[in-house]
Write a protein that binds this ligand. Structure first.
Ligand SMILES: *[C@@H]1O[C@H](CO)[C@@H](O)[C@H](O)[C@H]1NC(C)=O
Ligand SMILES: *[C@@H]1O[C@H](CO)[C@@H](O)[C@H](O)[C@H]1NC(C)=O
Ligand SMILES: *[C@@H]1O[C@H](CO)[C@@H](O)[C@H](O)[C@H]1NC(C)=O
Ligand SMILES: *[C@@H]1O[C@H](CO)[C@@H](O)[C@H](O)[C@H]1NC(C)=O
Ligand SMILES: *[C@@H]1O[C@H](CO)[C@@H](O)[C@H](O)[C@H]1NC(C)=O
Ligand SMILES: *[C@@H]1O[C@H](CO)[C@@H](O)[C@H](O)[C@H]1NC(C)=O
Ligand SMILES: *[C@@H]1O[C@H](CO)[C@@H](O)[C@H](O)[C@H]1NC(C)=O
Ligand SMILES: *[C@@H]1O[C@H](CO)[C@@H](O)[C@H](O)[C@H]1NC(C)=O
Length: 344
């Protein structure tokens, strides 16, 4: 009698744990409901679902600075039902096996459920696009703007092939972008290419890639980047100046108002590294572009306790990155105390 009830009890617990386990699985399981090891997932398996958010690192660096980590983390939080891709030139099958060894800062990103880190395989990427021939003819070592040029090329091919949204790694996401096919106005009548989104195989991106190759001039900065997007858009539509905070549309492509991503224009980029009297809510913006390019000489950073706008953005939109900065600050404080305190 006692034995029987023990068996029933056992079965009950097994069932209960089974059910609990089912529910503890990701509710949205958008790419696969089976817990497949992420290392075994191939980019095309997930990318082909579209709607992904795509980030790039076209240098060999495997230790991304805090702003890059924040950019990816904030997107992963805002777009929790989509796959976030971070393609890195420095990754390959050997460096990818253990991020804890190769890059501790990447290991927290790769642990996020919807974040995928992949090597950049350009040969495969450019196949079946107008960029393939160009890529095999150009001599990268002779191009002084190569890091920018190749990045401009990759984002066009990537979004054309798979669909989704490309973002620069100095963009902090704060709310979801409500449209699929869009370009970001940096100012009236000027489009950036730092953030753009399209459904798969959209003709606009194909036309951009054709123009990229036809009018290629690596010596002019941005010629294949924002200037390309702007001239292609202007060929299609007569852009007008923006009124209030209203977006424009051109052949069903939304041309999003500068407030959406650039509420602080590049001339005022320092504002991100200042204390603000009142806390801005950026409620008309989907993401904030922090103009890292402008910061390349001064190399301003997020300093814990500064109360700068950027620190508050980190605290709110990428709390894990922020926590790791706090820990790093505490460690270096300890270290300097250990140095100054006598050993006896
Ligand atoms: C993988 O990448 C690392 C760092 O970028 C590099 O040192 C290594 O040689 C690469 N290994 C292979 C097999 O390509
Ligand atoms: C990396 O590994 C995958 C799967 O094992 C393989 O298909 C791919 O060709 C490898 N890439 C390189 C650059 O070795
Ligand atoms: C590319 O340019 C470099 C430097 O000018 C030269 O040494 C190299 O041979 C060129 N490579 C090709 C494939 O033409
Ligand atoms: C722009 O406006 C001009 C003058 O109104 C017109 O001739 C031209 O066709 C328009 N271009 C486009 C792309 O709509
Ligand atoms: C825009 O989209 C609508 C609805 O999807 C479609 O009916 C219309 O033809 C499209 N217009 C252009 C210019 O592509
Ligand atoms: C954003 O805030 C401003 C003022 O605080 C308000 O006028 C505006 O309607 C808000 N916009 C949105 C999209 O909520
Ligand atoms: C941030 O900048 C400050 C001032 O320029 C510098 O002292 C500090 O070492 C920097 N911190 C990091 C983590 O780079
Ligand atoms: C500094 O000293 C403390 C106490 O002696 C020790 O626990 C800590 O690990 C040291 N920190 C570093 C960074 O060396």
């Amino acid at each position: 009698m006692l034995k029987e009830s023990q068996i029933y009890l056992c079965i009950f617990f097994l069932l209960a744990f089974g059910i609990l386990y089912e529910f503890s699985l990701e509710p949205g399981c958008f790419f696969s409901c089976k817990p497949v090891a992420k290392q075994l997932v191939m980019p095309q398996d997930v990318l082909s679902k579209g709607r992904s958010i795509i980030f790039l690192e076209t240098t060999d660096h495997l230790q991304p600075p805090p702003l890059v980590l924040c950019s990816v983390e904030s997107a992963a939080r805002i777009y929790s039902d989509r796959a976030i891709f971070f393609f890195m030139q420095g990754l390959n099958n050997s460096t990818m096996t253990d991020f804890k060894l190769t890059s501790p800062s990447l290991s927290f990103l790769s642990a996020m459920k919807n974040v995928f880190l992949f090597p950049l395989e350009m040969d495969i990427l450019f196949q079946d696009t107008p960029l393939f021939r160009w890529y095999h003819q150009v001599n990268a070592t002779q191009e002084k703007n190569w890091v920018y040029i190749i990045s401009d090329a990759i984002r066009l091919a990537m979004v054309w092939k798979y669909g989704g949204t490309y973002m620069d790694t100095d963009v902090i996401s704060i709310q979801p972008i409500p449209v699929t096919n869009f370009l970001a106005a940096q100012s009236s009548q000027f489009s950036s290419n730092g953030i753009l989104g399209f459904q798969r195989h959209h003709w606009f991106l194909w036309d951009c890639m054709v123009d990229f190759v036809q009018h290629y001039n690596g010596a002019i900065w941005g010629h294949q980047g924002p200037h390309l997007i702007t001239r292609m858009l202007k060929k299609l539509c007569n852009l007008t100046d923006f009124n209030n905070v209203e977006d424009q549309t051109c052949h069903n492509i939304s041309f999003l108002h500068p407030q959406r991503f650039y509420p602080i224009p590049y001339t005022l980029w320092h504002k991100y590294y200042e204390v603000w009297d009142s806390k801005p809510d950026f409620n008309e913006s989907y993401a904030l572009h922090l103009w890292n390019f402008m910061n390349r000489k001064e190399k301003r950073n997020v300093t814990i306790g500064s109360n700068f706008l950027v620190e508050n953005l980190f605290r709110t939109h990428c709390p894990t990155t922020y926590q790791s900065l706090i820990q790093a600050a505490q460690r270096s404080k300890q270290m300097s105390q250990n140095k100054t305190s006598p050993l006896w």
